[in-house]
Design a protein around this ligand. Structure first.
Ligand SMILES: Cc1cc2nc3c(=O)[nH]c(=O)nc-3n(C[C@H](O)[C@H](O)[C@H](O)COP(=O)(O)O)c2cc1C
Length: 439
């Protein structure tokens, strides 16, 4: 095969959106939804690492939704539960890999800050500097009730609390200075007590004395990842995030979002290049264009798929979509105290369609990428050129996974991207943050 033309574009980053629940369990390529011991996801992470992915993001929710139709039956039918704790999986992946970053999702609404700072510091130690934290504020009242609260805080107020939470966590991570551990055999002293300090944090919502009783971790603190899309969420992300994951349905929308984030990051006094923006996509790849199109049609024509999409958007937004007529236009605006940005985005995308038609198109799969590996690689390059950077968050089209899909990406798509100079062929550093900021 002839070499692809040299490309003047910068390479972009690749990451993967993983759901530690049931893999695809009921189609011919599925493994039956039995493997909740994490080994399947460890295999996936190793495949992604061989392909040079920056990180794997492990999503999380802490309740089984009952939004769609007022019952948990639909969520259970569509295997949106079970969902297992991402932190132990992160350590399993860490032990089985050497370079890929690992980003568990942990909620500021429910974890005590000290516990979270200690947990993520520990994962950074176990992974030798590859831990991240996907900062979410959570969007479900049922989750709040699982933690003994009556309901979630109001949307923007959750971000106020999160703001203070992250400030506190940063102080805890910094409570050990980089040179605190001296291991002085002459004085039989392990650590210099003058370099391990209380923080005495007294906020409006959180208090902690410190210091952290883990030592400073290889990266100092985990890579901070965030996905807020509302104005308040973006402001929060611009202050704290090393990487933002986002949904956008066109290259122009991607550019607009990224430009907005970069301006906000700069106005916080930060270098805009220190915060990467990655956009979700769900490529469908086959040996020919026709085959890829046919696969997409088969997927979308399945009526179970449309129902699954409505159950998912209900769960995310807290709005019961079973109340709407499937053959009426997608509602223009629906109020929610849940994930505002995600809902607004989905509704906007559905303008001019009926709910049935729109649900058939999927949930948050971003810019459409359907075709041969070479075609999709080419298209990803074009899209990134318009967006301005920084990369993609890949997810499987139905948000359920089998090994075949991962192989199509890692052994089919990635080599095509590499030939075009669009993604890395090797890691520059053992540390996740260094790799993320390398280009
Ligand atoms: C790619 C992506 C992944 C997300 N993963 C999670 C998650 O694992 N858990 C969660 O509670 N929220 C998750 N969210 C929701 C975000 O944390 C946030 O609530 C959402 O983007 C809406 O932001 P907004 O409330 O600022 O509009 C995710 C969002 C996106 C776009």
């Amino acid at each position: 095969m002839a070499d692809a033309p040299a490309n003047s574009q910068h390479p972009f980053h690749l990451s993967w959106f993983l759901n530690y629940g049931v893999d695809e369990w009921n189609d011919p390529w599925a493994s039956g939804g039995q493997n909740l011991d994490g080994t399947f996801y460890v295999d996936v992470a190793r495949m992604l690492e061989r392909a040079g992915f920056d990180f794997v993001l492990i999503e999380d929710k802490v309740a089984i939704s009952e939004t769609y139709g007022g019952t948990r039956a639909h969520d259970l039918k569509h295997a949106l539960a079970p969902k297992l704790d991402p932190a132990p999986l992160a350590t399993l992946i860490a032990a089985a890999t050497e370079r890929i970053g690992i980003v568990p999702t942990l909620s500021t609404s429910f974890y005590p800050p000290y516990m979270l700072a200690r947990l993520t510091s520990t994962i950074d130690h176990i992974s030798h500097g590859r831990a991240g934290w996907n900062i979410v504020t959570s969007g479900e009242d049922l989750a709040a009730r699982n933690f003994g609260l009556d309901a979630l805080d109001e949307h923007d107020h959750r971000y106020e609390r999160a703001e203070e939470y992250v400030e506190l966590a940063k102080q805890l991570w910094d409570s050990w200075e980089p040179d605190a551990i001296i291991r002085n055999r002459d004085s039989n002293t392990y650590a210099d007590a003058s370099k391990v300090r209380t923080i005495d944090f007294e906020g409006e919502f959180h208090r902690s004395r410190g210091p952290l009783n883990t030592s400073r971790s290889p990266q100092g603190r985990p890579v901070l990842c965030q996905a807020g899309a509302s104005p308040r969420g973006r402001a929060f992300a611009a202050r704290h995030a090393d990487v933002i994951v986002a949904v956008a349905v066109s290259p122009e929308e991607m550019r607009e979002f990224r430009d907005d984030i970069r301006a906000r990051v700069a106005s916080e006094g930060r270098d805009p290049d220190s915060c990467k923006v990655l956009f979700i996509v769900a490529p469908i790849i086959a040996d020919t264009m026709d085959e890829a199109k046919a696969r997409q049609d088969r997927l979308l024509d399945n009526p179970e798929f449309a129902e699954r999409v409505l159950v998912m958007i209900s769960s995310i937004s807290g709005v019961d979509f079973s109340q709407f007529d499937l053959d009426a236009p997608v509602p223009e605006e629906v109020r929610t105290n849940g994930e505002r940005g995600s809902l607004a985005q989905w509704l906007r995308k559905g303008a001019g369609k009926t709910l049935r038609e729109h649900a058939r198109r999927g949930l948050d799969d971003g810019v459409e990428l359907v075709g041969t590996a070479a075609h999709v690689a080419e298209r990803m390059g074009e899209v990134m050129e318009i967006a301005g950077g920084d990369g993609f968050l890949i997810t499987s089209p139905v948000n359920r996974l089998n090994r075949r899909y991962v192989v199509e990406i890692t052994e089919g798509l990635v080599p095509e991207l590499q030939r075009r100079g669009l993604c890395r062929t090797e890691y520059a550093s053992p540390l996740f943050r260094d790799n993320l900021l390398a280009f």
